[in-house]
Design a protein around this ligand. Structure first.
Ligand SMILES: Nc1ncnc2c1ncn2[C@@H]1O[C@H](COP(=O)(O)OP(=O)(O)OP(=O)(O)O)[C@@H](O)[C@H]1O
Length: 325
């Protein structure tokens, strides 16, 4: 398999270059796939969304997208996947509501590494079940991009979404494998995907699960999701979206005393993190205007159930990592 970006390949920076890439890929995908069916795990993240849009253009309903709602996605994300791909692009989309399955498996598990393993393993299991229900699938599309190939090294062959069993191995369709992230975004835009999807900030694989520290509970997970939504809304309104590399909220698994309706009330704190980085190896903290932080604090403590304090994480990386788990 050729895994080296051709040296003559021009960096895709304009709509015209994106269109040329799309036309070329549509032809190649049609030639590779013929009349057969292709399966794609569609997270709603940039890479898998752009692959989905490209394949819908090339082969329409021969593509089957599977979106797994594991309960750890940001507010509005599963709905957006359904709206964009099923309603607007008329795609063949299987939406799997696996919220209870994931949260039941995660109940009582406090150790971060164990949480990640459970989320990863359960994802493969759900995806495998869906794949087995479908007939005649011969291809698996993946949002592999060039940095993925560079990271895995030239020798190691790139293989299927980790962990699918032997009897479920498919031929791969990886149309973005020579693209860098900025090029993927230009192509996504040319394919008509909404900005909110194309310019989305990085999101960890295990989702909000690693921002709901310790053992995940449904109420605390809701506090993470709602506070994150408020933070994103306020950053967008105040010109920080697209300027700050990554920003999110964290809810630790302890409470502190506060006052609500003239009574003492034990509730959780929300921690805000907003960082800038070039390579994610080091990061600096965004200098968010104090008045905006106060406004966000006011909103979170009044709109998010069970939260009585807001803290701002002032720690660069190192010594802090970007995420808390
Ligand atoms: N909730 C989900 N539903 C369906 N597929 C998923 C889901 N989460 C992850 N995947 C699949 O696993 C791949 C790797 O997920 P990961 O979280 O590492 O994101 P990524 O490499 O940044 O890609 P993307 O931008 O597509 O999310 C995704 O591209 C997608 O194919």
């Amino acid at each position: 398999m050729n895994n080296k970006r051709p040296e003559t390949m021009e960096r895709i920076t304009t709509a015209a270059l994106a269109q040329a890439f799309i036309d070329e890929q549509v032809g190649q995908i049609q030639a590779q796939v013929g009349e057969k069916k292709v399966l794609l795990a569609l997270s709603g993240g940039v890479d898998s969304s752009v692959v989905a849009a490209l394949l819908i253009k090339a082969i329409g309903k021969q593509l089957v997208c599977v979106h797994v709602n594991h309960g750890l996605l940001r507010k509005g994300e599963p709905e957006q996947v359904v709206e964009v791909f099923r309603n607007q692009m008329d795609a063949n989309l299987v939406y799997v509501d696996a919220v209870d399955r994931f949260l039941d498996k995660l109940a009582g598990v406090a150790e971060p590494e164990k949480k990640r393993k459970i989320i990863g393993a359960e994802f493969i299991r759900v995806f495998e079940e869906e794949a087995r229900k479908l007939e005649g699938i011969e291809f698996l599309a993946q949002g592999t991009i060039y940095p993925d190939i560079l990271e895995s090294g030239p020798v190691k062959a790139h293989h299927n979404v980790g962990g699918l069993p032997e009897d479920l191995q498919f031929e791969l369709v990886e149309p973005l494998k020579f693209l860098f992230k900025d090029e993927v975004r230009v192509v996504g835009k040319a394919l008509g995907l909404p900005d909110g999807m194309v310019y989305r900030q990085p999101f960890p694989g295990p989702g909000l699960g690693v921002r709901c520290l310790g053992a995940i509970t449904r109420d605390r997970l809701e506090a993470v999701r709602e506070s994150d939504a408020i933070l994103r809304e306020e950053f967008a309104k105040n010109g920080l979206e697209g300027k700050v590399w990554q920003y999110f909220t964290i809810v630790p698994d302890f409470k502190s005393v506060g006052v609500r309706d003239d009574k003492r009330a034990d509730e959780w704190p929300v921690i805000i993190r907003a960082v800038n980085t070039v390579d994610a190896m080091t990061a600096t903290v965004e200098d968010v205007p104090f008045a905006l932080l106060q406004h966000i604090t006011q909103r979170i403590t009044h709109e998010v159930k069970g939260v009585n304090r807001v803290c701002y994480d002032l720690t660069p990386k190192p010594t802090g990592t970007i995420e808390w788990e």
